[in-house]
Write a protein that binds this ligand. Sequence first.
Ligand SMILES: Nc1ncnc2c1ncn2[C@@H]1O[C@H](COP(=O)(O)OP(=O)(O)OP(=O)(O)O)[C@@H](O)[C@H]1O
Ligand SMILES: [Mg+2]
Length: 224
Amino acid sequence: MKLLTVASQKGGTGKTTLCGHLAVQAERAGFGAVALVDTDPQGSLADWSAARLAETPRFVQTEIATLERDLAHLRDAGVELVIVDTPPAVSYAIMEVVRLSDLVLIPVRPSPHDLSAAGSTADLVERQGKPHLFVVSAASQRARITHEAAEALSYHGPVASTIVSFRSDFMSSMIDGRTVMELPRAKRSAAEIESLWLDIERRIGRRAATVTPIRLGRHTPMSA
Ligand SMILES: Nc1ncnc2c1ncn2[C@@H]1O[C@H](COP(=O)(O)OP(=O)(O)OP(=O)(O)O)[C@@H](O)[C@H]1O
Ligand SMILES: [Mg+2]
């Protein structure tokens, strides 16, 4: 089971939006059962999940004190991926979640304030010895600052090759617990999430395929 944490000390960078979207996309892409955890007292991801009609991804109520034990239960129950949303702050809770993570995704809006905050989030993750991945989010694809932001971030660590655009369908889909992949006319936004998920999957490692073991037996030729 893999643990993906979405974190940024700056507020409103798209953490909650990406948590919901990536969880749905991971399941659509066949990664396996996905569970969502919200460690933000604002509870936006919990609200999104409650508004959602579909039964998956599964939302799990937990707290930092019991997180490790709850993760073990999820692993035993066959969950392949847990995605954790975090509050826009540096706290003991975030450090604890990062410590257990396989990858920390750091969304960054292309603005000077967001960029300077992203560096300290990345430092925090590095201090825990964990890998991180920046993603430029809610950006205008054509604006110069978007590409300058991606370049500036690349000096502090890997940057996702997908830039998530600023589009109203990301906002509207979340209102009733959906994602852009579940809207009829949001193909470009959906394609961005599909491509971002592939980037993340490459980094956390694909789900191990079930391979039938080859055993030597009477009918197995020993040499070609
Ligand atoms: N790609 C996008 N395009 C347009 N709007 C977006 C996009 N991503 C997020 N938003 C909007 O920006 C706002 C903040 O997004 P979101 O709640 O996901 O950020 P956050 O980092 O979780 O915020 P917080 O730090 O408060 O938890 C929301 O209104 C959301 O709908
Ligand atoms: Mg949030």
